[in-house]
Design a protein around this ligand. Structure first.
Ligand code: RB5
Length: 152
């Protein structure tokens, strides 16, 4: 499985820890930055990672900022993305089983490394349930096509 990882300066340390954890487990990780704690803008990194998942250059994406909020909002604005911001294993499990999340967002300033790597492990090993949830996920994706809000 190919996984793209991205973060801003607020998520750099946790991104490095998660990357090391997943690399040891044999996952194929593409790290698109950042590579240090110099201040950057999280939308740039959330968007770039999301475009790689939407464009099938990666199977899944894991993105991290200070809270996980900003970078998850950025990713969810890219067509085809269902990015779940998770703070515990239950959310991680359900985001795969019910929402077929193709990206996971976390917050370095919210989670410890141990909790974060447990979240990642559960998220990567849980399959989508399909069935009634497939219909709901299809409805989610329809919103992208039927958005009626016009530019003012
Ligand atoms: C950066 O200071 C911080 O705003 C960012 O990492 C993130 O938490 C935004 O949602």
């Amino acid at each position: 499985m190919k996984i793209v990882m991205a973060c801003d300066h607020g998520g750099f340390q946790l991104k490095e820890a998660v990357k090391e954890h997943l690399t040891k487990k044999g996952y194929d990780i593409t790290d698109i930055g950042v590579y240090n704690t110099d201040s950057v803008d999280y939308p740039d990194y959330g968007k770039k990672a999301a475009e790689m998942v939407a464009g099938k250059e990666a199977d899944k994406g894991i993105i991290i900022c200070g809270t996980g909020i900003g970078i998850s909002i950025a990713a969810n604005k890219v067509k085809g993305i269902r990015c779940a911001l998770c703070t515990n294993e239950y959310m991680a499990k359900m985001s795969r089983m019910h929402n077929d999340a193709n990206m996971l967002a976390m917050g370095e300033r919210v989670l410890g490394k141990g909790v974060a790597t447990d979240i990642v492990d559960v998220w990567l090993s849980t399959e989508f349930e399909g069935g009634r949830h497939a219909n709901r996920v299809n409805k989610l994706m329809e919103i992208e096509k039927t958005d009626k809000v016009e530019d003012k």
